[in-house]
Design a binder for this molecule. Structure first.
Ligand code: ACO
Ligand code: ZN
Length: 178
């Protein structure tokens, strides 16, 4: 912190901090780095073809955070998919934006990276004509639950034994129109 690269003094000697990461769309070359972050930070692992199919189908909302000084170094990611489900009060199918996974490398947390990843990806998945954003999160995952609440998500139900180890999930929802 406080190195020349990270902050610039203006005329009055006030430091305006430049962000040391950037957010951009994921590419096939990034998938290895994305998988590395996922395997380090989350117990839910997916096979390569799963990431690849999300990238092939929902590339606009598949974003990565990388180091400003090393754009190939992946330090966080977010990925979404669309799910079509019957709406509660009719037989009509409605689209929902489903947050598949988000993670930020431990050393880079509490800098607003996950917030930035979500704020930039949500308008992209919203273009698929969705009625709401949905996600599951471990009931013990306070950091993530806090993050989602700050962005307007509310707990709708509990999914019992949703995870392989038996832990419950909160099903959290945010309407696209609020
Ligand atoms: N404790 C309490 N609140 C927290 C914490 C924490 N450890 N971390 C984040 N928050 C809340 C705070 O309100 C925070 O705002 P503040 O820093 O101003 O207080 C707000 O969330 C935003 O934090 P960010 O800096 O944007 O979040 P960060 O970049 O640190 O990433 C994340 C948060 C993704 C949950 C990170 O901790 C992580 O990668 N965890 C492991 C992976 C994980 O659990 N992913 C979510 C699984 S659920 C799913 O993917 C659908
Ligand atoms: Zn899910």
């Amino acid at each position: 912190m406080g190195t020349e690269k990270e902050s610039k003094s203006n005329f009055f000697g006030i430091h305006t901090k430049k962000k040391d990461y950037i957010i951009r769309r994921c590419t096939t070359d990034d998938l290895e780095g994305v998988i590395e972050v996922n395997e380090r930070e989350l117990p839910e692992d997916y096979p390569y073809f799963f990431y690849k199919s999300i990238l092939d189908n929902y590339s606009d909302s598949f974003l990565v955070a990388c180091e400003r000084d090393n754009l190939e170094k992946i330090i966080g990611y977010v990925m979404w998919r669309i799910e079509r489900t019957p709406s509660i009060n009719s037989l009509k199918l409605v689209n929902k934006g489903h947050l598949v996974s988000i993670a930020v490398s431990e050393a880079w947390r509490r800098k607003g990276i996950a917030t930035a990843l979500l704020k930039k990806s949500m308008p992209e998945i919203k273009k698929q004509d969705i009625s709401e954003y949905v996600l599951e999160v471990r009931v013990s995952n306070y950091p993530a639950i806090n993050l989602y609440k700050r962005l307007g998500y509310k707990i709708q139900t509990i999914k019992k034994a949703y995870y392989r180890d038996g832990e419950n999930a909160y099903y959290m929802v945010r309407k696209t129109k609020i």
